[in-house]
Design a protein around this ligand. Structure first.
Ligand code: PHE
Length: 355
């Protein structure tokens, strides 16, 4: 038997006992490694007589190809065996009972707060916040509200103590005071948040949401207030034209003060915002009273500006055709899945707010 035949029969005997990847690797090294049997044979080529060398090389290459093919075939078999082993042993029990999958929804109030924040951030407003439990001083006194003002009445305000020092804020305006005391002018903020009043019917809830706006700088006028609100209303309702009306009004913390109405009409039993001969009140506003600026340590001779406050729930009802405010706070899942928003549908001005 020639050397090559010997190598061949040794290999054939060994490959039958290969059981796993490790055995196969050892076999490969034994024949094709640096000092492997096949490798050794190649090294002898140079020492052979030229006439024998050719035949030997042909045979050697044949055996080399044959053995490598067998190794490859074996490797394939081992891998397949491993896969079927896994399939046999790692079963998934598809008979487990189904669990219903509910996708969460974003509440219309949260959605509208995100929309409003996006709209105002486009024109340089930042979002500020304050606590729901306020001092009477911030909620009323600092806002230039006289001691005997009806808004302070027990019937409207939830006082937390007998001496009336702490209360649930009745509006977001106290955050004007907090923001101004905490920084230096100019101020350009919006404040979304919960507010509380002792009131409950189809359009009033004891807890509701307001959005406050405050812009204080040098030379801010009522014209800026109008421009700002006009921009906001158009963006929010996603319409080109909005009829707006400023009605003289009174708030202790602004002078002059106004209430703003927007035009609307009813079409096919639905409310269409923008044009029409009906008016809807949507917010209160005015130029910040000098006393408020003084109380907040801002010099009214140097700085002035405007403030506004609007009901967020009301805006959400108008935009999304919801007619009972109480449903907002009843946590009825069916209501939320109808009026709620997709969690990943974050409003931006560029992509469209509600599309
Ligand atoms: N705080 C007022 C309210 O709750 C709204 C308002 C805010 C009016 C700011 C004027 C300026 O009705």
């Amino acid at each position: 038997m020639s050397d090559l035949d010997k190598i061949n029969s040794i290999f054939n005997a060994k490959i039958d006992s290969v059981k796993n990847k490790e055995d196969l690797q050892n076999l490969k090294t034994e024949f094709f490694g640096k000092n492997g049997q096949i490798t050794q044979q190649f090294k002898t080529l140079g020492t052979l007589e030229p006439d024998k060398r050719k035949d030997f090389a042909v045979n050697l290459n044949k055996i080399k190809d044959d053995l490598s093919n067998q190794i490859e075939q074996k490797s394939f078999e081992i891998e397949n065996a491993e896969i079927s082993d896994k399939l046999k042993n790692e079963k998934v029990d598809v008979t487990l009972p189904i669990r219903p999958y509910h996708q969460g929804k974003i509440h219309p109030v949260s959605q509208v707060i995100d929309e409003i924040s996006s709209i105002f951030s486009e024109i340089g407003f930042t979002v500020a916040e304050g606590p729901d439990v306020e001092t009477e001083y911030n909620n009323f006194t600092a806002l230039n509200t006289p001691e005997d003002h009806p808004a302070r009445d027990m019937h409207d305000t939830f006082y937390l103590e007998k001496n009336k020092k702490l209360l649930l804020r009745t509006h977001t305006s106290p955050v004007q005071i907090r923001a101004m005391l905490n920084g230096k002018p100019p101020f350009k903020i919006i404040v979304p948040g919960r507010t509380y009043r002792c009131d409950s019917d189809q359009t009033h809830a004891p807890m509701f949401h307001q959005l406050e706006g405050l812009h204080i700088d040098k030379n801010i006028t009522m014209g800026h207030l109008k421009g700002c609100l006009d921009y906001f209303i158009k963006e929010f309702f996603e319409v080109k034209n909005v009829k707006m009306r400023f009605r003289p009004s009174h708030f202790p913390f602004t002078e002059p003060s106004a209430e703003v109405d927007i035009g609307y009409r009813i079409e096919n039993e639905k409310i269409v915002i923008g044009e029409g001969n009906k008016w809807l009140e949507i917010l209160g506003c005015g130029m910040v009273h000098p006393n408020v600026l003084k109380n907040a340590k801002v010099d009214p001779k140097k700085y002035q500006g405007f403030a506004f406050g609007m009901g967020i729930d009301r805006l959400a009802m108008l935009k999304y055709g919801i007619n009972d405010l109480r449903a907002f706070f009843e946590t009825d899942y069916r209501w939320l899945s109808h009026f709620g928003f997709d969690p990943l549908d974050v409003p931006t001005n560029y992509r469209g707010l509600s599309k």
